[in-house]
Design a protein around this ligand. Structure first.
Ligand code: GRG
Length: 297
């Protein structure tokens, strides 16, 4: 078992590795300065870097040097960052604060924020195309990522979220499906793609993807709970915004205690998925699953 300190150190170290890559990824390209500034503003605003770390770690777990997986992992963070910029727009969640700073459209303007998101999404594929693994593996991982981020995944989940917002009540099944698409798909793909890039055996690939699915669910339930119980300064985004916007959440459907139990259950499911795997990387992933539900921001 990995200690919380060792887990946090490894998370920070792989997060920094991703940030170093991201800080130079737009260098030497002919971008309009305002667009570059706006893209870098959100890319460099902090964040846990959970998704790239998951990708780097599952790649390492399956025998690939983390440096080889780095462009792909960084591209996932670019896609995640674009989704946050667009999610905060006045036409979507209309949030003024993200990662403890003014949202992109507040720091710049709405049109620039839309373009910064578009730029990050599209450039992510330009960057991941530079991942140094066999093309067949890269293509398979790219297909998985595009599916997870697109209309059958994150984008579709966001559409469900908007359709459900303000609706009296939705079923638990509807809530779970919406979150599996909106938040879960990218987290699952972050895990799965590392294994695909490394050319993992089918049974290991399946185990890692199952870990990602359970982790994604645990993460979202924890996020709903945090929105209810944490404060804005700790979260770096407006607390209580789910209730204010009339969103259906795990606590609103199940209550706080049942939601906590469900989050713990999903973290346990994530650890169980990796039970056939040994070593430091598997231990780290198990510690990350626990961190996902214990985190305070
Ligand atoms: C606009 C296409 C489009 C999609 C938006 C993921 C998403 C879909 C919106 C984010 C809204 C939200 C708060 C979802 C809850 C879970 C979540 C993705 C939280 C943010 O992710 P973290 O906690 O953020 O990993 P950091 O800042 O640490 O990277």
């Amino acid at each position: 078992m990995m200690s919380v300190t060792a887990m946090k150190e490894r998370l920070a170290q792989r997060g920094r590795m991703t940030e170093d890559f991201l800080s130079t990824c737009l260098d030497g390209r002919p971008l309009p300065p305002r667009l570059r500034e706006s893209m870098l503003y959100s890319l460099q605003a902090g964040g846990k870097r959970l998704r790239p770390v998951l990708c780097l770690t599952t790649a390492a777990l399956c025998g690939l040097d983390v440096h080889k997986a780095l462009p792909f992992a960084a591209a996932i963070e670019m896609i995640h960052t674009y989704s946050l910029i667009h999610d905060d727009l006045p036409s979507m969640d209309d949030d003024d604060l993200r990662r403890g700073k003014p949202s992109n459209h507040k720091a710049f303007d709405e049109a620039t924020a839309i373009l910064a998101g578009d730029g990050l999404l599209t450039d992510a594929f330009w960057i991941l195309a530079q991942t140094g693994v066999e093309p067949v593996r890269l293509l398979a991982a790219m297909k998985e990522l595009a599916h997870a981020a697109g209309s059958a995944g994150m984008v579709g989940g966001q559409q469900w979220d908007m359709l459900y917002t303000g609706k009296e009540s939705i079923s638990l099944q509807e809530l779970q499906t919406m979150h599996a698409m909106k938040t879960g798909a990218l987290l699952r793909a972050s895990c799965h793609c590392g294994a695909i890039l490394a050319g993992a055996d089918q049974n290991v690939e399946t185990a890692v993807a199952a870990y990602g699915t359970a982790l994604g669910a645990a993460f979202q339930i924890a996020d709903d709970i945090l929105d209810l119980v944490a404060d804005t300064a700790t979260l770096g985004k407006p607390a209580g915004s789910d209730a204010e916007q009339g969103k259906n959440t795990y606590p609103s459907l199940l209550g706080l205690e049942k939601s906590r139990e469900m989050a713990m259950g999903k973290a346990a499911e994530a650890r169980k998925a990796l039970s056939g795997l040994v070593g430091e990387e598997a231990d780290f992933l198990c510690a990350l699953a626990d961190y996902t539900v214990m985190r305070t921001a």
